[in-house]
Design a protein around this ligand. Structure first.
Ligand SMILES: [Zn+2]
Length: 107
């Protein structure tokens, strides 16, 4: 009996087989990439959104991170409006979690 090896699927486009695992620049996480996404300088959307929200918006990030965001949005066919909305939503979720943590009814 053999154990099947899970197939590596690109975590950026979620459709092509991954050619390897690499670290996302500036983010302490490694994900699988396909050749197409590597060449496009595209990274997993949720990481791009989360990291931008953590920094406080695209206006506060370094130029190379803006390049990554721009390349990722173009490659995944996501609009800047959608991206900005998702970043704002993420920041709002964190603010709500923080507010919940301070709730005296809990704990
Ligand atoms: Zn891909």
């Amino acid at each position: 009996m053999t154990t099947p090896i899970p197939e590596l699927v690109c975590e950026v486009c979620d459709k092509n087989p991954g050619v390897g695992v690499a670290a996302v620049p500036g983010v302490p996480i490694s994900v699988a990439y396909c050749r197409e996404c590597l060449e496009a300088n595209a990274h997993p959307y949720w990481i791009v959104v989360t990291n931008t929200a953590m920094i406080g918006g695209l206006d506060h990030t370094a130029e190379w991170w803006v390049d990554i965001v721009t390349s990722t949005l173009a490659h995944l066919d996501i609009t800047r409006e959608q991206f900005d909305a998702d970043v704002a939503l993420q920041a709002q979720e964190w603010a709500e979690e923080e507010a919940k943590g301070a709730d005296p009814d809990r704990g």
